[in-house]
Design a protein around this ligand. Structure first.
Ligand SMILES: O=C(O)[C@@H](CO)OP(=O)(O)O
Length: 226
């Protein structure tokens, strides 16, 4: 059985200010750094120290990845920082205050722009665009390591990881709309030899979130909205 751990970067400076971020290269907050170390310590404690890691080239992701791998005792393991895992380009929304955009667009359109597969803000990417650049990397670089039995950590962003989770779990459009990935909490997928998840949605590895996820089978797909 292979183990894939998805980890959205820890809290960034713009998460803390509730701004659309996309490809803007902002740093982690001290809280985000702590979340990253905690994630690594948890992985080590659970016997899930990764053999290899892949992360986005944006600093909030590679910094999370480095802190997590160090804390997991795997500071010397191979790490690939790649464009394929970078956050969705949010185009004209980057740098804008979410509350202001919500007021402008109304709830339904705000949700569609953020969470549907095909909405594309001017100058930006849709989630389908993100999948198109991410999945070839998944198939050629990540999947073979998993097939060989490695425990692999993937550190990305709200939307690059939503694209990957949508592929892994074959999410319906409605499930995709509802999928929110929390910052800094590892999400474990145990995969069969064909790399299909043994449990749809995976399982959050967080001392607080895990019991809730166990109690409600739907919860792993939705846990931890920002
Ligand atoms: O601003 C962004 O880049 C992302 C993640 O913070 O936003 P959202 O959650 O709306 O996809």
């Amino acid at each position: 059985m292979s183990r894939l751990i998805l980890l959205r970067h820890g809290e960034s400076a713009w998460n803390a200010r509730n701004l659309f971020t996309g490809r803007v290269d902002v740093a982690l907050t001290p809280h985000g750094e702590r979340q990253s170390r905690d994630a690594g310590e948890l992985l080590r404690a659970l016997g899930l120290a990764p053999d290899a890691a892949h992360c986005s080239r944006l600093r909030r992701a590679w910094h999370t990845c480095a802190l997590t791998m160090d804390a997991a005792g795997r500071g010397a393991a191979p790490v690939a920082a790649v464009r394929a895992l970078e956050e969705r380009d949010y185009g004209s929304l980057q740098g804008r205050d979410r509350e202001a955009v919500l007021r402008e667009l109304g709830e339904a359109e705000f949700r569609r722009i953020r969470r549907s597969a095909d909405a594309r803000p001017p100058g930006g990417e849709s989630l389908a665009d993100v999948s198109a650049r991410l999945l070839p990397y998944w198939h050629t670089r990540i999947a073979p390591q998993l097939t060989a039995g490695a425990t692999v950590l993937v550190v990305g962003h709200s939307n690059s990881l939503r694209a990957l989770a949508a592929h892994l779990d074959a999410l319906s459009p409605t499930e995709l709309l509802g999928l929110e990935l929390p910052s800094g909490i590892p999400l474990l997928h145990e995969l069969d030899p064909a790399l299909r998840p043994r449990r749809r949605g995976g399982r959050y590895l967080h001392p607080a979130a895990a019991p809730a996820a166990e109690a409600d089978p739907e919860r792993p797909l939705r846990a931890g909205a920002e």
